[in-house]
Design a protein around this ligand. Structure first.
Ligand code: GLA
Length: 455
């Protein structure tokens, strides 16, 4: 059986590399053809990642299809388990709040809260340990070692605990020689690391980009994607290359999600207009998605990742947390909570578990929202949903609370149709788009609506 698997992997490699114009990823076996290529890995769905009609006028940017026929009708190689993220992944990650101050008690307590507080019911499932979980050196066999002080029971036991709660387990490493915090990176160890993660029961790997020198991002991530495939366990690959090499143009066959910018911080804006480095407000990152028109690259199983949530962290007001969450749902962003769930108040829990708002993010059509009005102090974003519905989000980008209005006829995407309007945060049906909206929106808050075709 094992021999058969190894043999299939080798065959797949040959096919994939041939299809790929013969560029071998360093050390790279294991790319997989699915859909029309006819060979799918366990857990794969056929053609799930194929690009689905982007909004009119976006042209032919992005992918012509993968997991299906490519531009010239040839099957495209896929370096990931297809079908694991048909809607944006949801979960929690240690980094934004805890950085290196992590241990197994924190992870277990947090997982328990997710399972019992309504978060799991709302869709959160991945519990992800970010950087700083390892010892500073690999062991004598070259294996990564979980820090015995922080994780005395070991990663397998922790994964079992998390799985026992009906949740999934995620871990972090880096494509370079060292992680961003200086722990052993994955470079040159991709296959053995992937096998180790699989043996622990890992379901999700975030793979960072520090200390990679002049490495080619596409080839490097292909190698790791292939290693995960070869390890034989369905694992989501979260690529964290900060948008440096335009991952949206090549990452869809490799990763289920890819970071688009530098690191998010607990603030509205850094007031520099930039999104590199470590200090970006969620509004800076939001602007960047619009500038790059990133909506054309996202879809089921391949998502832009504007970084993890800062909802409920210290640097944001309640309104800023609420608007941040609204916009991340408009973006069809992965929803990885980054706050301390043990001390979260009810208002924050209510934001994070709002099923009507999460439904925008998790809509099966998988369209990323985009900005249609950008004025001084006010902007409006729209997101197409299934069944002809639309989500509309209006931001008060000023320092003052304001009475704001929205003329539905300004939104061209609605054409001349009439829609019923629901105010999602107020939990109120407002009538139809025949009447313009006006209402108070607090500074840095957003009004969020779901529009459904009126009979
Ligand atoms: C980078 C990533 C962050 C986090 C840290 C860990 O900065 O972008 O999300 O993973 O590394 O060191």
């Amino acid at each position: 059986m094992r021999k058969l698997m190894i043999l299939s992997i080798l065959c797949l490699t040959t096919i994939a590399l041939a299809q790929d114009g013969g560029t071998a990823a360093p050390g790279g076996a294991g790319a997989r053809i699915n859909s029309r290529g006819g060979i799918a890995a366990p857990g794969a769905t056929t053609g799930a990642g194929a690009r689905r009609g982007n909004r009119a006028g976006m042209g032919a940017g992005g992918f012509a299809g993968f997991g299906g026929a490519g531009r010239r009708g040839r099957p495209q190689p896929v370096y990931k388990y297809s079908g694991l993220a048909l809607t944006p992944p949801m979960g929690w990650n240690t980094w934004n709040t805890f950085q290196r101050n992590i241990n197994e008690d924190l992870i277990k307590e947090t997982a328990k809260i997710i399972a019992e507080s309504g978060l799991k019911d709302a869709g959160y499932q991945y519990v992800v340990i970010d950087d700083c979980w390892m010892t500073m050196e690999r062991d004598e066999n070259g294996q990564l070692v979980a820090d015995p002080q922080k994780f005395p029971s070991g990663m397998k036991a922790l994964a079992d605990y998390i799985h026992g709660l009906g949740l999934k387990f995620g871990i972090y490493n880096d494509a370079g020689t060292k992680t961003c915090a200086g722990f052993p990176g994955g470079r040159g160890h991709e296959y053995e690391d992937a096998r180790l993660y699989a043996s622990w029961g890992v379901d999700y790997v975030k793979y960072d980009w520090c200390n990679t020198g002049s490495a080619n991002a596409q080839e490097t991530y292909k190698t790791f994607g292939s290693a995960l495939l070869a390890a034989g366990r369905p694992i989501v690959l979260s690529m964290c290359e900060w948008g440096k090499n335009d991952p949206w143009t090549f990452a869809a066959p490799i990763a289920h999600l890819w970071r688009t910018t530098g690191d998010i911080a607990s603030r509205y804006t850094n007031n520099t207009g930039g999104t590199a480095g470590y200090n970006n407000g969620w509004k800076d990152i939001l602007d960047r998605q619009a500038e790059l028109k990133l909506e054309q690259y996202a879809g089921p199983d391949h998502w832009n990742d504007p970084d993890m949530l800062e909802v409920g962290t210290r640097g944001l007001t309640y309104a800023e947390s609420k608007a941040h969450f609204s916009f991340w749902c408009m973006l069809a962003s992965p929803l990885m909570m980054g706050n301390d769930l043990r001390s979260m108040n009810d208002d924050i829990l209510k934001i994070l578990t709002d099923k009507e708002v999460i439904a925008l993010d998790q809509d099966p059509l998988g369209k990323q929202g985009y900005r249609v009005i950008d004025e001084e102090g006010r902007e409006v974003w729209v997101k197409e949903l299934s069944d002809g519905d639309w989500a509309v989000c209006m931001l008060n980008d000023t320092l003052e609370d304001a009475e704001m209005s929205l003329a539905w006829s300004d939104l061209e995407v609605l054409a001349d149709k009439t829609y019923k309007v629901r105010d999602l945060w107020a939990k109120k049906d407002l009538g139809t788009t025949k009447d313009n909206y006006s209402g108070k929106v607090v500074s840095h808050d957003a009004a969020l609506f779901r529009l459904s075709p009126a009979e």
